[in-house]
Design a binder for this molecule. Structure first.
Ligand code: NAD
Length: 502
Protein backbone atom coordinates (compact mmCIF):
# COMPACT_ATOMS: atom_id res chain seq x y z
CA UNK A 1 0.00 0.00 0.00
CA UNK A 2 1.39 3.45 -0.85
CA UNK A 3 1.01 6.29 1.65
CA UNK A 4 -1.75 7.78 -0.46
CA UNK A 5 -3.74 4.54 -0.24
CA UNK A 6 -3.58 4.25 3.54
CA UNK A 7 -7.10 4.81 4.87
CA UNK A 8 -7.67 7.75 7.18
CA UNK A 9 -9.57 7.52 10.45
CA UNK A 10 -12.46 9.95 10.50
CA UNK A 11 -13.76 12.24 13.22
CA UNK A 12 -17.42 11.95 14.18
CA UNK A 13 -18.98 15.37 14.55
CA UNK A 14 -22.71 16.04 14.59
CA UNK A 15 -23.58 12.64 13.14
CA UNK A 16 -21.12 12.90 10.22
CA UNK A 17 -17.87 10.98 9.77
CA UNK A 18 -15.55 13.72 8.53
CA UNK A 19 -11.95 14.00 7.44
CA UNK A 20 -9.88 16.10 9.81
CA UNK A 21 -8.35 19.30 8.46
CA UNK A 22 -5.27 18.85 10.63
CA UNK A 23 -1.75 18.60 9.27
CA UNK A 24 -0.72 16.27 12.12
CA UNK A 25 -1.26 12.55 11.67
CA UNK A 26 0.19 9.35 13.08
CA UNK A 27 0.18 5.84 11.70
CA UNK A 28 -1.79 2.96 13.16
CA UNK A 29 0.58 0.02 12.90
CA UNK A 30 0.03 -3.74 13.10
CA UNK A 31 2.31 -4.75 16.01
CA UNK A 32 2.96 -8.21 14.57
CA UNK A 33 4.10 -7.01 11.13
CA UNK A 34 4.69 -3.20 11.27
CA UNK A 35 2.22 -2.86 8.38
CA UNK A 36 0.63 0.59 8.32
CA UNK A 37 -3.12 0.01 8.66
CA UNK A 38 -4.38 3.59 8.74
CA UNK A 39 -3.55 7.17 9.58
CA UNK A 40 -5.16 8.84 12.58
CA UNK A 41 -5.52 12.63 12.83
CA UNK A 42 -4.66 14.87 15.76
CA UNK A 43 -7.82 16.95 15.75
CA UNK A 44 -7.56 20.73 15.67
CA UNK A 45 -8.92 22.98 18.42
CA UNK A 46 -11.76 24.02 16.07
CA UNK A 47 -12.71 20.38 15.53
CA UNK A 48 -12.74 19.70 19.28
CA UNK A 49 -14.92 22.78 19.79
CA UNK A 50 -17.27 21.66 17.00
CA UNK A 51 -17.64 18.20 18.61
CA UNK A 52 -18.45 19.69 22.02
CA UNK A 53 -20.84 22.25 20.48
CA UNK A 54 -22.69 19.48 18.65
CA UNK A 55 -22.97 17.45 21.88
CA UNK A 56 -24.20 20.51 23.76
CA UNK A 57 -26.91 21.18 21.19
CA UNK A 58 -27.99 17.53 21.08
CA UNK A 59 -28.30 17.44 24.88
CA UNK A 60 -31.26 19.82 24.80
CA UNK A 61 -33.42 17.17 23.11
CA UNK A 62 -31.68 13.93 24.06
CA UNK A 63 -32.10 14.57 27.80
CA UNK A 64 -35.88 14.56 27.28
CA UNK A 65 -35.97 11.35 25.20
CA UNK A 66 -38.10 8.73 27.00
CA UNK A 67 -36.13 6.16 28.93
CA UNK A 68 -37.63 3.29 26.89
CA UNK A 69 -36.52 4.89 23.62
CA UNK A 70 -32.99 5.23 24.96
CA UNK A 71 -32.98 1.64 26.22
CA UNK A 72 -34.19 0.26 22.87
CA UNK A 73 -31.23 1.78 21.04
CA UNK A 74 -28.90 -0.21 23.27
CA UNK A 75 -30.98 -3.37 22.80
CA UNK A 76 -30.43 -2.97 19.07
CA UNK A 77 -26.78 -2.06 19.61
CA UNK A 78 -25.99 -5.23 21.55
CA UNK A 79 -27.49 -7.26 18.69
CA UNK A 80 -25.36 -5.43 16.10
CA UNK A 81 -22.20 -6.01 18.14
CA UNK A 82 -23.01 -9.73 18.37
CA UNK A 83 -23.62 -9.94 14.61
CA UNK A 84 -20.29 -8.24 13.88
CA UNK A 85 -18.23 -9.93 16.59
CA UNK A 86 -15.77 -11.68 14.30
CA UNK A 87 -15.08 -8.63 12.18
CA UNK A 88 -14.58 -6.54 15.32
CA UNK A 89 -12.19 -9.11 16.83
CA UNK A 90 -10.14 -9.35 13.62
CA UNK A 91 -9.81 -5.57 13.44
CA UNK A 92 -8.79 -5.45 17.09
CA UNK A 93 -6.16 -8.17 16.67
CA UNK A 94 -4.69 -6.45 13.61
CA UNK A 95 -4.15 -3.11 15.31
CA UNK A 96 -3.61 -4.17 18.95
CA UNK A 97 -1.91 -7.57 18.65
CA UNK A 98 -3.87 -9.71 21.13
CA UNK A 99 -5.06 -13.16 20.07
CA UNK A 100 -8.38 -13.47 18.25
CA UNK A 101 -9.94 -15.29 21.22
CA UNK A 102 -8.78 -12.56 23.56
CA UNK A 103 -9.99 -9.88 21.13
CA UNK A 104 -13.46 -11.47 21.21
CA UNK A 105 -13.21 -11.36 25.01
CA UNK A 106 -12.35 -7.65 24.80
CA UNK A 107 -15.46 -6.97 22.69
CA UNK A 108 -17.59 -9.30 24.83
CA UNK A 109 -16.75 -7.59 28.12
CA UNK A 110 -17.84 -4.31 26.52
CA UNK A 111 -20.95 -5.92 25.07
CA UNK A 112 -21.99 -6.89 28.61
CA UNK A 113 -22.00 -3.20 29.55
CA UNK A 114 -24.18 -2.45 26.50
CA UNK A 115 -26.61 -5.16 27.64
CA UNK A 116 -26.67 -3.57 31.07
CA UNK A 117 -27.30 -0.16 29.51
CA UNK A 118 -30.40 -1.64 27.87
CA UNK A 119 -31.83 -2.24 31.35
CA UNK A 120 -31.53 1.42 32.31
CA UNK A 121 -35.24 1.49 33.15
CA UNK A 122 -34.40 -0.36 36.35
CA UNK A 123 -31.19 1.54 37.06
CA UNK A 124 -32.12 5.21 36.79
CA UNK A 125 -34.95 5.01 39.29
CA UNK A 126 -35.32 7.64 41.95
CA UNK A 127 -36.66 7.13 45.47
CA UNK A 128 -39.96 8.26 46.95
CA UNK A 129 -41.03 8.63 50.55
CA UNK A 130 -44.73 9.16 50.96
CA UNK A 131 -46.05 11.51 53.69
CA UNK A 132 -42.72 12.75 55.05
CA UNK A 133 -44.96 15.34 56.69
CA UNK A 134 -48.68 15.72 56.55
CA UNK A 135 -49.56 15.75 52.82
CA UNK A 136 -45.92 16.04 51.83
CA UNK A 137 -43.95 13.61 49.66
CA UNK A 138 -40.21 13.61 48.95
CA UNK A 139 -38.77 12.02 45.84
CA UNK A 140 -35.56 12.05 43.84
CA UNK A 141 -34.88 12.52 40.14
CA UNK A 142 -31.63 11.25 38.61
CA UNK A 143 -31.06 13.80 35.89
CA UNK A 144 -28.37 13.72 33.21
CA UNK A 145 -25.64 16.33 33.63
CA UNK A 146 -24.80 17.37 30.06
CA UNK A 147 -21.82 16.83 27.78
CA UNK A 148 -19.52 14.10 29.14
CA UNK A 149 -16.18 12.96 27.77
CA UNK A 150 -14.17 9.75 27.74
CA UNK A 151 -10.44 9.20 27.20
CA UNK A 152 -9.33 5.62 26.62
CA UNK A 153 -6.09 3.55 26.60
CA UNK A 154 -4.71 1.21 23.96
CA UNK A 155 -5.01 -2.10 25.80
CA UNK A 156 -8.80 -2.61 25.61
CA UNK A 157 -9.86 -0.59 22.56
CA UNK A 158 -13.33 -2.20 22.52
CA UNK A 159 -14.20 -2.81 26.17
CA UNK A 160 -13.13 0.51 27.64
CA UNK A 161 -14.91 2.83 25.16
CA UNK A 162 -17.94 0.60 25.81
CA UNK A 163 -17.53 1.12 29.57
CA UNK A 164 -18.06 4.80 28.86
CA UNK A 165 -20.37 6.09 26.15
CA UNK A 166 -23.24 3.58 26.46
CA UNK A 167 -23.86 4.32 30.17
CA UNK A 168 -23.35 8.07 29.72
CA UNK A 169 -25.74 8.24 26.77
CA UNK A 170 -28.40 5.89 28.10
CA UNK A 171 -28.68 8.04 31.24
CA UNK A 172 -29.53 11.01 28.98
CA UNK A 173 -26.14 12.69 28.48
CA UNK A 174 -24.29 13.40 25.27
CA UNK A 175 -20.69 12.35 24.74
CA UNK A 176 -17.31 13.19 23.23
CA UNK A 177 -14.96 10.21 23.00
CA UNK A 178 -11.17 10.41 22.52
CA UNK A 179 -9.93 6.88 21.75
CA UNK A 180 -6.31 5.75 22.02
CA UNK A 181 -4.37 7.05 19.04
CA UNK A 182 -2.49 3.74 18.94
CA UNK A 183 -5.48 1.56 17.99
CA UNK A 184 -8.61 3.57 17.15
CA UNK A 185 -9.96 1.34 14.36
CA UNK A 186 -12.09 -1.12 16.32
CA UNK A 187 -13.39 1.75 18.44
CA UNK A 188 -14.53 3.54 15.27
CA UNK A 189 -16.27 0.41 13.97
CA UNK A 190 -18.12 0.19 17.30
CA UNK A 191 -19.07 3.84 16.94
CA UNK A 192 -20.42 3.20 13.42
CA UNK A 193 -22.56 0.39 14.81
CA UNK A 194 -23.80 2.67 17.60
CA UNK A 195 -25.06 5.12 15.00
CA UNK A 196 -26.64 2.27 13.05
CA UNK A 197 -28.42 1.25 16.26
CA UNK A 198 -30.06 4.69 16.33
CA UNK A 199 -27.93 7.05 18.41
CA UNK A 200 -28.98 10.45 17.01
CA UNK A 201 -26.61 13.03 15.48
CA UNK A 202 -24.59 14.91 18.06
CA UNK A 203 -25.33 12.54 20.94
CA UNK A 204 -22.04 10.70 20.33
CA UNK A 205 -19.01 12.51 18.87
CA UNK A 206 -15.44 11.30 18.42
CA UNK A 207 -12.26 13.29 18.15
CA UNK A 208 -8.77 11.83 17.84
CA UNK A 209 -5.37 12.91 19.06
CA UNK A 210 -2.91 12.83 21.93
CA UNK A 211 -2.12 15.11 24.87
CA UNK A 212 -3.43 18.28 23.17
CA UNK A 213 -6.79 16.67 22.46
CA UNK A 214 -7.01 15.41 26.06
CA UNK A 215 -6.15 18.83 27.44
CA UNK A 216 -8.58 20.47 24.99
CA UNK A 217 -11.39 18.27 26.30
CA UNK A 218 -10.50 18.81 29.96
CA UNK A 219 -10.31 22.57 29.54
CA UNK A 220 -13.57 22.97 27.62
CA UNK A 221 -16.07 24.85 29.75
CA UNK A 222 -19.04 22.86 28.38
CA UNK A 223 -17.68 19.45 29.39
CA UNK A 224 -19.38 18.44 32.64
CA UNK A 225 -17.71 15.09 33.37
CA UNK A 226 -14.56 13.25 32.31
CA UNK A 227 -13.94 9.54 32.55
CA UNK A 228 -10.29 8.59 31.97
CA UNK A 229 -8.64 5.18 31.75
CA UNK A 230 -4.89 4.93 31.23
CA UNK A 231 -1.54 5.23 32.96
CA UNK A 232 -1.13 6.68 36.44
CA UNK A 233 0.94 9.67 35.40
CA UNK A 234 -1.54 10.80 32.72
CA UNK A 235 -4.58 10.05 34.93
CA UNK A 236 -3.10 12.10 37.77
CA UNK A 237 -2.44 14.95 35.32
CA UNK A 238 -6.08 14.82 34.14
CA UNK A 239 -7.51 14.58 37.66
CA UNK A 240 -5.50 17.54 38.92
CA UNK A 241 -6.13 19.80 35.94
CA UNK A 242 -7.40 23.05 37.39
CA UNK A 243 -10.04 23.46 34.66
CA UNK A 244 -11.73 20.29 35.98
CA UNK A 245 -11.93 21.48 39.59
CA UNK A 246 -15.47 20.96 40.84
CA UNK A 247 -16.45 18.77 37.86
CA UNK A 248 -17.10 15.04 37.81
CA UNK A 249 -13.82 13.22 37.13
CA UNK A 250 -12.96 9.55 37.48
CA UNK A 251 -9.52 8.20 36.57
CA UNK A 252 -8.84 4.46 36.42
CA UNK A 253 -5.07 4.08 36.26
CA UNK A 254 -2.02 1.84 36.48
CA UNK A 255 -1.52 -1.23 38.62
CA UNK A 256 0.82 -3.79 40.11
CA UNK A 257 -1.43 -6.68 41.13
CA UNK A 258 -0.25 -9.44 43.45
CA UNK A 259 -1.40 -13.05 43.56
CA UNK A 260 -0.89 -14.79 46.92
CA UNK A 261 -0.33 -18.54 46.63
CA UNK A 262 -0.99 -20.54 49.80
CA UNK A 263 0.49 -24.05 50.08
CA UNK A 264 -3.01 -25.57 50.48
CA UNK A 265 -4.14 -24.23 47.06
CA UNK A 266 -5.11 -26.57 44.21
CA UNK A 267 -1.68 -26.59 42.57
CA UNK A 268 -2.62 -27.34 38.96
CA UNK A 269 -5.53 -24.86 38.88
CA UNK A 270 -3.41 -22.18 40.53
CA UNK A 271 -0.39 -22.48 38.26
CA UNK A 272 -2.61 -22.45 35.16
CA UNK A 273 -4.45 -19.38 36.45
CA UNK A 274 -1.18 -17.56 37.18
CA UNK A 275 0.37 -18.35 33.79
CA UNK A 276 -2.79 -17.08 32.04
CA UNK A 277 -3.05 -13.93 34.16
CA UNK A 278 0.65 -13.02 34.02
CA UNK A 279 1.33 -13.69 30.33
CA UNK A 280 -2.07 -13.55 28.57
CA UNK A 281 -2.60 -10.44 26.40
CA UNK A 282 1.24 -10.18 26.60
CA UNK A 283 0.80 -8.84 30.14
CA UNK A 284 -0.91 -5.68 28.83
CA UNK A 285 -3.88 -5.81 31.19
CA UNK A 286 -4.42 -3.47 34.11
CA UNK A 287 -5.76 -6.51 35.98
CA UNK A 288 -2.89 -8.84 35.01
CA UNK A 289 -0.97 -10.59 37.80
CA UNK A 290 2.64 -9.41 37.36
CA UNK A 291 3.64 -10.35 40.95
CA UNK A 292 3.08 -13.59 42.82
CA UNK A 293 3.86 -14.20 46.45
CA UNK A 294 4.59 -17.84 47.22
CA UNK A 295 3.84 -18.62 50.86
CA UNK A 296 5.73 -21.38 52.71
CA UNK A 297 5.77 -24.74 50.91
CA UNK A 298 4.28 -23.14 47.77
CA UNK A 299 7.79 -21.78 47.14
CA UNK A 300 8.64 -25.25 45.81
CA UNK A 301 6.18 -24.76 42.92
CA UNK A 302 8.39 -22.32 41.00
CA UNK A 303 9.98 -24.91 38.65
CA UNK A 304 6.53 -26.16 37.60
CA UNK A 305 5.37 -22.60 36.96
CA UNK A 306 8.43 -21.97 34.79
CA UNK A 307 7.77 -25.22 32.91
CA UNK A 308 4.16 -24.14 32.23
CA UNK A 309 5.23 -20.69 31.05
CA UNK A 310 7.68 -22.32 28.61
CA UNK A 311 4.80 -24.12 26.88
CA UNK A 312 3.07 -20.84 25.94
CA UNK A 313 3.32 -20.11 22.24
CA UNK A 314 4.55 -16.67 21.20
CA UNK A 315 3.17 -15.72 17.79
CA UNK A 316 1.03 -13.21 15.92
CA UNK A 317 -2.44 -12.90 17.45
CA UNK A 318 -4.09 -13.87 14.17
CA UNK A 319 -2.34 -17.29 14.12
CA UNK A 320 -4.16 -20.32 15.55
CA UNK A 321 -2.73 -21.61 18.82
CA UNK A 322 -1.09 -18.34 19.86
CA UNK A 323 -0.94 -17.69 23.62
CA UNK A 324 1.17 -14.53 23.69
CA UNK A 325 0.96 -11.94 20.91
CA UNK A 326 3.17 -8.90 20.32
CA UNK A 327 3.22 -5.85 22.57
CA UNK A 328 1.74 -2.67 21.16
CA UNK A 329 4.81 -0.85 19.80
CA UNK A 330 8.59 -1.01 19.36
CA UNK A 331 8.80 1.67 22.09
CA UNK A 332 6.82 -0.53 24.49
CA UNK A 333 9.06 -3.48 23.60
CA UNK A 334 12.21 -1.43 24.25
CA UNK A 335 10.84 -0.30 27.62
CA UNK A 336 9.96 -3.88 28.67
CA UNK A 337 13.35 -5.18 27.53
CA UNK A 338 15.06 -2.37 29.41
CA UNK A 339 13.17 -3.29 32.59
CA UNK A 340 14.17 -6.95 32.17
CA UNK A 341 17.80 -5.82 31.87
CA UNK A 342 17.39 -3.77 35.05
CA UNK A 343 16.06 -6.85 36.88
CA UNK A 344 19.15 -8.81 35.88
CA UNK A 345 21.55 -6.01 36.81
CA UNK A 346 19.78 -5.35 40.14
CA UNK A 347 20.34 -8.99 41.13
CA UNK A 348 17.04 -10.83 40.59
CA UNK A 349 17.28 -14.40 39.27
CA UNK A 350 15.94 -14.72 35.73
CA UNK A 351 14.31 -18.18 35.66
CA UNK A 352 12.86 -17.69 32.20
CA UNK A 353 14.12 -15.11 29.71
CA UNK A 354 11.60 -14.23 27.01
CA UNK A 355 13.71 -11.65 25.21
CA UNK A 356 14.20 -11.96 21.44
CA UNK A 357 11.93 -14.91 20.72
CA UNK A 358 11.97 -16.39 17.22
CA UNK A 359 8.62 -15.93 15.47
CA UNK A 360 8.86 -17.29 11.92
CA UNK A 361 6.98 -15.18 9.40
CA UNK A 362 6.66 -12.27 11.87
CA UNK A 363 10.31 -11.27 12.32
CA UNK A 364 9.39 -7.56 12.48
CA UNK A 365 6.86 -7.97 15.30
CA UNK A 366 7.19 -6.47 18.80
CA UNK A 367 7.55 -9.81 20.53
CA UNK A 368 8.75 -10.67 24.00
CA UNK A 369 7.98 -14.04 25.53
CA UNK A 370 7.02 -15.00 29.09
CA UNK A 371 9.75 -13.93 31.51
CA UNK A 372 10.01 -14.95 35.17
CA UNK A 373 12.14 -13.41 37.88
CA UNK A 374 12.55 -14.93 41.34
CA UNK A 375 14.44 -13.47 44.29
CA UNK A 376 12.76 -10.14 43.61
CA UNK A 377 13.25 -7.38 46.15
CA UNK A 378 10.65 -4.63 46.52
CA UNK A 379 13.30 -1.97 45.90
CA UNK A 380 13.98 -3.25 42.36
CA UNK A 381 12.59 -1.38 39.34
CA UNK A 382 10.88 -4.55 38.08
CA UNK A 383 8.80 -4.50 41.26
CA UNK A 384 8.36 -0.76 41.59
CA UNK A 385 7.24 -0.02 38.01
CA UNK A 386 4.27 -1.24 36.01
CA UNK A 387 6.04 -3.26 33.30
CA UNK A 388 2.93 -3.87 31.15
CA UNK A 389 4.53 -6.82 29.42
CA UNK A 390 4.68 -10.61 29.98
CA UNK A 391 7.06 -10.39 32.96
CA UNK A 392 6.32 -12.07 36.28
CA UNK A 393 8.06 -11.22 39.57
CA UNK A 394 8.10 -13.96 42.21
CA UNK A 395 8.50 -13.07 45.88
CA UNK A 396 8.62 -15.50 48.79
CA UNK A 397 6.80 -15.03 52.10
CA UNK A 398 6.78 -17.11 55.28
CA UNK A 399 3.18 -16.46 56.24
CA UNK A 400 -0.13 -14.98 55.11
CA UNK A 401 0.52 -12.03 57.48
CA UNK A 402 3.77 -11.24 55.68
CA UNK A 403 2.07 -11.56 52.28
CA UNK A 404 -0.78 -9.23 53.26
CA UNK A 405 1.68 -6.70 54.64
CA UNK A 406 3.62 -6.75 51.36
CA UNK A 407 0.51 -6.16 49.23
CA UNK A 408 -0.79 -3.41 51.51
CA UNK A 409 2.59 -1.64 51.40
CA UNK A 410 2.40 -1.39 47.60
CA UNK A 411 0.76 1.89 46.58
CA UNK A 412 -1.46 0.34 43.87
CA UNK A 413 -4.91 -1.08 44.56
CA UNK A 414 -6.42 -2.26 41.30
CA UNK A 415 -6.70 -6.00 41.94
CA UNK A 416 -5.32 -8.92 43.89
CA UNK A 417 -6.02 -12.62 44.20
CA UNK A 418 -5.49 -15.36 46.74
CA UNK A 419 -5.21 -19.04 45.88
CA UNK A 420 -6.19 -21.31 48.75
CA UNK A 421 -8.61 -24.07 49.75
CA UNK A 422 -9.10 -22.62 53.21
CA UNK A 423 -12.26 -20.56 53.62
CA UNK A 424 -10.87 -19.02 56.81
CA UNK A 425 -7.66 -17.85 55.05
CA UNK A 426 -9.64 -16.46 52.10
CA UNK A 427 -12.02 -14.60 54.36
CA UNK A 428 -9.19 -13.14 56.40
CA UNK A 429 -7.53 -12.00 53.16
CA UNK A 430 -10.74 -10.43 51.90
CA UNK A 431 -11.13 -8.49 55.15
CA UNK A 432 -7.53 -7.31 55.64
CA UNK A 433 -6.30 -6.64 52.12
CA UNK A 434 -6.36 -2.96 51.11
CA UNK A 435 -7.11 -3.47 47.40
CA UNK A 436 -10.34 -2.56 45.62
CA UNK A 437 -10.94 -5.80 43.67
CA UNK A 438 -10.23 -9.19 45.22
CA UNK A 439 -10.20 -12.60 43.58
CA UNK A 440 -10.53 -15.82 45.58
CA UNK A 441 -9.12 -18.50 43.30
CA UNK A 442 -10.04 -16.07 40.49
CA UNK A 443 -6.89 -14.53 39.03
CA UNK A 444 -8.38 -11.51 37.23
CA UNK A 445 -11.39 -10.41 39.28
CA UNK A 446 -12.87 -7.82 36.89
CA UNK A 447 -16.47 -7.37 38.02
CA UNK A 448 -19.34 -7.98 35.58
CA UNK A 449 -21.40 -4.86 34.73
CA UNK A 450 -24.08 -5.19 37.42
CA UNK A 451 -21.23 -4.34 39.79
CA UNK A 452 -18.76 -1.50 39.30
CA UNK A 453 -15.03 -1.58 38.60
CA UNK A 454 -13.64 -0.60 42.00
CA UNK A 455 -9.86 -0.26 41.82
CA UNK A 456 -8.54 1.74 44.77
CA UNK A 457 -5.64 3.74 46.21
CA UNK A 458 -3.04 4.81 43.60
CA UNK A 459 -4.92 2.93 40.84
CA UNK A 460 -7.95 5.20 41.02
CA UNK A 461 -8.83 8.85 41.48
CA UNK A 462 -12.43 9.97 41.97
CA UNK A 463 -15.11 8.38 44.11
CA UNK A 464 -17.25 6.46 41.64
CA UNK A 465 -16.22 3.67 39.27
CA UNK A 466 -17.05 3.09 35.61
CA UNK A 467 -20.13 0.97 34.78
CA UNK A 468 -22.48 -0.72 37.25
CA UNK A 469 -24.62 1.22 39.72
CA UNK A 470 -21.82 3.66 40.56
CA UNK A 471 -21.66 5.01 37.03
CA UNK A 472 -25.35 5.84 37.04
CA UNK A 473 -24.55 8.12 39.99
CA UNK A 474 -21.50 9.48 38.13
CA UNK A 475 -23.50 10.46 35.05
CA UNK A 476 -26.51 11.91 36.88
CA UNK A 477 -27.29 14.65 39.34
CA UNK A 478 -29.70 13.67 42.06
CA UNK A 479 -32.40 16.26 42.52
CA UNK A 480 -34.55 15.84 45.64
CA UNK A 481 -38.07 17.21 45.39
CA UNK A 482 -40.24 17.86 48.42
CA UNK A 483 -43.83 18.51 47.33
CA UNK A 484 -47.13 19.46 48.89
CA UNK A 485 -50.31 19.97 46.85
CA UNK A 486 -53.41 21.85 47.91
CA UNK A 487 -56.96 21.48 46.72
CA UNK A 488 -58.62 24.74 45.81
CA UNK A 489 -60.92 24.53 48.85
CA UNK A 490 -58.09 23.57 51.25
CA UNK A 491 -58.27 25.41 54.59
CA UNK A 492 -55.88 28.28 54.96
CA UNK A 493 -53.05 27.04 57.23
CA UNK A 494 -51.31 28.97 59.94
CA UNK A 495 -48.26 31.04 59.11
CA UNK A 496 -45.23 28.85 59.92
CA UNK A 497 -41.89 30.47 60.71
CA UNK A 498 -40.11 27.27 61.83
CA UNK A 499 -38.09 25.07 59.46
CA UNK A 500 -40.03 21.89 60.21
CA UNK A 501 -42.71 20.52 57.91
CA UNK A 502 -46.00 19.83 59.62
P1 NAD B 1 -1.74 6.30 28.45
O1 NAD B 1 -1.91 6.97 29.77
O2 NAD B 1 -0.46 6.47 27.74
O3 NAD B 1 -2.88 6.81 27.44
C1 NAD B 1 -4.22 6.90 27.84
C2 NAD B 1 -4.86 8.08 27.11
O4 NAD B 1 -4.24 9.28 27.53
C3 NAD B 1 -4.74 7.97 25.61
O5 NAD B 1 -5.97 8.31 25.03
C4 NAD B 1 -3.64 8.98 25.28
O6 NAD B 1 -3.83 9.61 24.04
C5 NAD B 1 -3.74 9.99 26.39
N1 NAD B 1 -2.44 10.58 26.76
C6 NAD B 1 -1.21 9.98 26.65
N2 NAD B 1 -0.25 10.82 27.12
C7 NAD B 1 -0.87 11.94 27.52
C8 NAD B 1 -0.42 13.17 28.11
N3 NAD B 1 0.85 13.41 28.33
N4 NAD B 1 -1.36 14.10 28.41
C9 NAD B 1 -2.68 13.90 28.19
N5 NAD B 1 -3.14 12.76 27.63
C10 NAD B 1 -2.27 11.79 27.30
O7 NAD B 1 -2.11 4.75 28.69
P2 NAD B 1 -1.93 3.55 27.67
O8 NAD B 1 -0.49 3.24 27.53
O9 NAD B 1 -2.75 3.77 26.45
O10 NAD B 1 -2.65 2.37 28.50
C11 NAD B 1 -2.00 1.57 29.43
C12 NAD B 1 -2.20 2.08 30.84
O11 NAD B 1 -3.59 2.13 31.16
C13 NAD B 1 -1.59 1.15 31.88
O12 NAD B 1 -1.00 1.93 32.88
C14 NAD B 1 -2.79 0.40 32.43
O13 NAD B 1 -2.64 -0.11 33.74
C15 NAD B 1 -3.83 1.46 32.39
N6 NAD B 1 -5.17 0.89 32.40
C16 NAD B 1 -5.91 1.00 33.54
C17 NAD B 1 -7.16 0.43 33.59
C18 NAD B 1 -7.98 0.52 34.85
O14 NAD B 1 -9.16 0.25 34.78
N7 NAD B 1 -7.42 0.88 35.97
C19 NAD B 1 -7.68 -0.24 32.48
C20 NAD B 1 -6.90 -0.31 31.32
C21 NAD B 1 -5.63 0.27 31.28
Amino acid sequence: MTTAQVPTIKLLIDGQFVESKTDQWREVINPATQEVLAKVPFATADEINAAVASAKKAFTTWRKTPIGARARIFLKYQQLIRENMQELAALLTAEQGKTLADAEGDVFRGLEVVEHAASIGNLQLGELANNVASGVDTYTLMQPIGVCAGITPFNFPAMIPLWMFPMAIVTGNTFVLKPSEQDPMVTMRLVELALEAGIPAGVLNVIHGGPDAVNGICDHKDIKAVSFVGSTHVGTHVYNRSSLAGKRVQCMMGAKNHGIVMPDANKEQTLNAIAGAAFGAAGQRCMALPVIVLVGEAQNWLPELVAKAKTLKVNAGCQAGTDVGPVISPQALARITGLIESGVSEGATIDLDGRNPTVPGFEQGNFVGPTIFSGVDTSMRIYQEEIFGPVLCVINADSIEQAIELVNANPNGNGTAIFTRSGATARRFQEEIDVGQVGINVPIPVPVPMFSFTGSRASKLGDLGPYGKQVVQFYTQTKTVTARWFDEDEEVGALNTTISLK
